[in-house]
Write a protein that binds this ligand. Structure first.
Ligand code: F3S
Length: 63
């Protein structure tokens, strides 16, 4: 599983990095960013899906 944030959609709601701080962080303006290359280890997939379902802008994509 790989995750990315669509910067066109992200409005900085911050739920991704609140719910899954091991996968997401915030930039200087509070917008979400994926930590590292976005590859999600199997034991973090649940957290990734939680973040996806909680982003009000549907800005997080899983591939
Ligand atoms: Fe942005 Fe959604 Fe996270 S709007 S900061 S990707 S919860």
């Amino acid at each position: 599983m790989k995750i990315r944030i669509d910067p066109e959609r992200c409005q900085g709601h911050g739920r991704c990095y609140d719910l899954a701080p091991e996968l997401f962080s915030e930039d200087d303006e509070g917008y979400g960013q994926v930590i590292g290359d976005g590859l999600v280890p199997p034991d973090k997939e649940r957290a990734a899906r939680l973040a996806v379902s909680n982003c009000p802008e549907r800005a997080i994509e899983i591939s």
